[in-house]
Write a new protein. Sequence first.
Length: 164
Amino acid sequence: MTAILKNPLERARFVKFAIVGALGALIDFGVMNLLVWLLKATLVLAGSVSFICAVISNFTWNRFWTYPESRAKHVVGQLAQFTIVNAIGLVIRVPILKLGEPTLDRLLENSSSTCWQAATPSSATTPPSPSPSASSCCGITSLTATGLTTTLTIENPIYLPANR
């Protein structure tokens, strides 16, 4: 930790490493949600594919940008080590997705119907208000000001990838 604070080269490398990790998380999150919502893939399949995409991205960016000196070593050996370490993460992730998907589906289904029931009467019966007021429930935000109601609805809740 002190090397990061004192050595500018290590500090720059740490920032690059963090950026690569954030990019990997975005790829994981984005690919998983695209597969679930557009292709109707199961969460386990989508999460596994997105995990692999993020691992490939992280390996490539770290090898060529964060640690350019690592290119002097053979790529096959490095990729094998990287894959083994990340496979352990995938072995942990798959059961979590498999066990969590039914619970998450029920939770989202119940919260959607509860929110719809809670939000519909309030938007229909809210009298004009002299000052702005806001309410929020399960991704539905309603803002009422002088009798006008604006509602922002997020119809498709998204799954968040498990932390690695």
